[in-house]
Design a protein around this ligand. Structure first.
Ligand code: 2BA
Length: 106
């Protein structure tokens, strides 16, 4: 068994969530915050049999869009701070697949 940990943009999370539940997967959603942009995203925990991993990753990918975001950054030069915007690409989704040693529902 595997545990899929998928970090998804908040704008895509409703589609990812309904897509997964529609296909019969059990899903837990956590409200999380990205360390770089400090904005909200959603982390899905999905426990599945090994042979379902690729299908779940594909499904998450199909609902997770890449988007660009402009982030203000600042640098210090010749006695003053300068602020300038930088564009970063966020997503689709960041996915980790972990081995599960044991799972029980008690
Ligand atoms: P954030 O940490 O808020 O990062 C948002 C986006 O900013 C990232 O998109 C990436 O394009 C950019 N970024 C992040 N750190 C950066 C840095 N040090 N310098 C320049 N640009 C940087 P994604 O890569 O699509 O990541 C989206 C979210 O997924 C991240 O939000 C974070 O919550 C999570 N994530 C991504 N990689 C991770 C990892 N290796 N471990 C844990 N969480 C991760």
């Amino acid at each position: 068994m595997k545990l899929i940990l998928a970090i998804v943009n908040n704008d895509d999370s409703a589609m990812v969530s309904s897509g997964l539940t529609r296909e019969g997967y059990s899903v837990t959603k956590l409200a999380t915050t990205g360390g770089f942009l400090m904005s909200g995203n959603t982390t899905f925990l999905i426990g599945v049999e090994d042979n379902k991993v690729d299908a779940v990753v594909e499904l998450i990918s199909s609902f997770s869009k890449k988007r660009t975001q402009v982030v203000p950054t600042s640098s210090y030069g010749v006695g003053n701070y300068t602020s300038f915007p930088v564009e970063v690409t966020v997503g689709g989704a960041t996915v980790f697949v972990l081995n599960v040693e044991r799972m029980e529902k008690l």
